[in-house]
Design a protein around this ligand. Structure first.
Ligand code: AMP
Ligand code: MN
Ligand code: MN
Ligand code: MN
Length: 280
């Protein structure tokens, strides 16, 4: 491995809403010079076996991960579980329940789209025909393929974003519960993309305090596409709350040309890398 390995601890495959298979993701990461990669699909560990095999073949270190959907005061929060045990029966049971929440929410979203004049049943069928646990990205894709929108972002802007006709909060478990699940299977709980939640600065701090109280250990200080000001603010939060820092692109596929694998800023001095405890 390089003396300063290239580390990317947040990526998606087509087991959730990424566009590459787990094996293709690993190969692409290797091609991009990544030494350590976490596959962190939304609420599923289904891709980890395939990714692990590909990682051995490619000579890359795979960190088993997952990005779990949680709720804090009605806001959806994403918690990365890193170095989890994907074979844990307890974790698998919890994630099966998450998948069920996702399919219930997907039906509600499609029904709501039906009420605003879109073909709800057709859209649902188009979502279910795509691989992976169903996310809003799948529905956005179905809207695009059906010719109902001109670009993916319009799906969120017009229908699926907060306050829009087909936006529903799924009944996600609480932030504290999700942190507990991750710890229970030996994982490190890392709060993903802290700048992306619709929270005031004060509420964000309270959310982080609750995360720490529940046993959360890390904050994603570097996340794909974020500028220097964001990195500095997140680094300060990590240090204030005694969290280590993580770094991940949140890669969803090569079509998002602005967000490649492994091209991430250095963690600011003073932030303890979450991977240090793992000898990296
Ligand atoms: P879900 O977990 O089902 O609520 O879906 C969330 C996923 O939708 C995120 O992980 C992103 O991949 C995607 N997403 C959210 N907002 C947008 C947006 N404005 N444009 C494109 N993708 C988005
Ligand atoms: Mn996603
Ligand atoms: Mn996320
Ligand atoms: Mn993600």
């Amino acid at each position: 491995m390089n003396p300063t390995p290239i580390i990317d601890l947040h990526t998606h495959s087509n087991c959730s809403d990424g566009s590459l298979t787990p094996a293709a993701l690993v190969e692409r990461a290797r091609g991009a010079g990544v030494d350590v990669l976490a596959l962190t699909d939304h609420d599923t560990v289904a891709g980890l076996d395939e990714a692990q095999h590909a990682a051995v073949a490619a000579g890359l270190k795979l960190v088993p991960g997952v990005e779990v959907s949680a709720s804090w005061r009605a806001q959806a929060i994403h918690v990365l579980g890193l170095w989890i045990d994907p074979g844990s029966p307890a974790l698998r049971e919890r994630l099966a329940a998450q998948a069920e929440r996702r399919s219930v929410r997907m039906r509600r979203m499609c029904a709501a789209l039906g009420k605003v004049g879109l073909p709800g049943d057709e859209l649902l069928a188009a979502v279910l025909a795509q691989p992976g646990v169903p996310t809003r990205s799948h529905l956005a894709q179905a809207l695009l393929s059906g010719g109902h929108i001109d670009r993916l972002d319009d799906a969120f802007r017009k229908y699926l974003g907060r306050g829009k006709a087909a936006h529903f909060n799924a009944e996600w478990p609480t932030l504290a519960e999700v942190v507990g699940w991750i710890r229970e299977c030996g994982g490190v709980a890392c709060l993903a993309h802290p700048g992306r939640y619709a929270l005031s600065a004060g509420a964000r701090r309270q959310m982080l305090a609750d995360f720490v109280a529940a046993g959360g250990a890390a904050l994603e200080v570097i996340t794909g596409g974020n500028g220097a000001a964001h990195v500095e603010a997140s680094a300060r939060l990590a240090m204030t709350f005694g969290l280590s820092g993580s770094s991940g692109s949140d890669f969803h596929g090569p079509q998002q040309i602005w967000n490649p694998l492994g091209r991430l800023a250095k963690l600011p001095d003073g932030v303890i890398p979450v991977w240090r405890a793992y000898g990296l």
